[in-house]
Ligand binder design. Structure first.
Ligand code: FE2
Length: 374
């Protein structure tokens, strides 16, 4: 593993300041039911709606929120739409990563001048609550980055959406913000997309893992972590590495039919409480063998949490030079074995849990074996 710190001058010359993740939009086959799932299982609450009742003819979107995390769940209302074709090809998955910026036009112009492919030229959307500016560029696969400028907007989400009021809003589970979002790209493409984030978005590579770091007896992958100037946006990018059997990244690429978002990592301040709650609501997690916990204290040293409290929940721990982190991964959350979530609590550590990779990948391979895709 290599690590590169951001030099202060890199932060100063940041030509694309980003405040954070504004929202993630998933194209799904049944937005109404998906919204219910994210509410009942993951503790999101209803925020906004757009569809027939707001004048849309061909699609419907439900927006759910938990602290700083906003998910937009969108389905087509008719056949033959671009959204429908996207779902037919990829299944449910992340279409848009929206980035919150102070100046969307500037971000778009900087990116396009540096070689980004335009998705949407800057446009102003207005309603009685003010206006937003948005613009979009393409990234890997069919994923889009939309720049959102909302300093002059006081509405519930975006112009065109109305407040979505429901009686049913289960209590939150303590999910706070998007910590990182990982992309899987085809063999040989990782460095292309690393270059894209460096040159087009002004990101810096902060970590890299090769197949010596991330491999089991059978499968391997490579990964590089890209971060924006202030560190609020982190995009690890994976590609499969040759192994004896099909890797998890290969399986993803086969079932997603191309590059796309592999997992969304969301942060919590109390992972024991969050995971207890998620489990009781039916969220399923990858399980490492119990022996993982027998050697954990020797591996990570002293931690605040009681290891015996982590063991039944299957929460993993890893330490780096700056501190430690606790993390756990859900099983995939849609019909295809593609996207999943990570829940992470950082206690000083800024890394991604390299010490857990081997145990985790073996757990993943057991899942693949059950699917007959290893
Ligand atoms: Fe992750």
């Amino acid at each position: 593993m290599e690590r590169t710190a951001l030099a202060p001058e890199d932060v100063l010359k940041d030509f694309m300041p980003i405040n954070g993740t504004d929202y993630l939009e998933l194209y799904v086959s049944n937005a109404k039911q998906a919204a219910h799932y994210y509410k009942s299982a993951f503790g999101f609450k209803s925020l906004a709606y757009a569809g027939l009742e707001t004048g849309l003819k061909d699609r419907e979107s439900y927006v759910v929120v938990q602290d700083k995390i906003r998910l937009v769940l969108t389905s087509p209302l008719r056949s033959g739409t671009a959204i429908g074709k996207h779902i037919d090809k990829h299944g449910d998955g992340v279409k848009v990563t929206a980035l919150w910026v102070d100046d969307a036009k500037h971000a778009y112009q900087e990116a396009v001048a540096r070689g980004a492919k335009s998705f949407m030229e800057p446009e102003v959307l207005e309603d009685e609550d003010g206006k937003i500016v948005r613009a979009g560029i393409h990234t890997y696969g069919e994923v889009i980055h939309i720049f959102i400028e909302r300093s002059n907007y006081n509405g519930v989400f975006l112009p065109g959406f109305k407040e979505w009021k429901t009686e049913y809003n289960p209590s939150p589970v303590g999910l706070k913000y998007v910590d990182h979002m990982v992309g899987n790209v085809e063999l040989g493409q990782m460095n292309e997309w690393v270059k894209f984030y460096e040159e087009v978005m002004g990101f810096t590579q902060i970590l890299s893992f090769d197949d010596k770091d991330i491999s089991t007896e059978y499968t391997a992958l490579m990964s590089k972590v890209m971060s924006n100037g202030n560190g609020r946006i982190k995009f690890p990018i994976n590609e499969p590495a040759p192994g004896l059997k099909k890797s998890q990244v290969d399986e993803y690429l086969e079932f997603y039919e191309g590059a796309g978002v592999q997992h969304i990592a969301v942060a919590t301040d109390n992972i024991i409480q969050t995971i207890s709650e998620l489990k009781s609501r039916g969220v399923e997690f990858l399980k490492v063998p119990d022996t993982y916990y027998d050697v954990l204290a020797d591996r990570v040293g002293e931690i605040d949490e009681d290891i015996e409290a982590l063991r039944p929940l299957g929460i993993l721990v890893d330490r780096d030079e700056e501190g430690y982190l606790l993390q756990i991964f859900t099983k995939t959350v849609q019909a295809r074995p593609t996207m999943f979530f990570e829940i992470i609590q950082r206690k000083g550590a800024n890394s991604f849990g390299k010490g857990n990779f081997k145990a985790l990948f073996e757990a993943l391979e057991r899942e693949q074996e059950l699917r007959g895709t290893l």
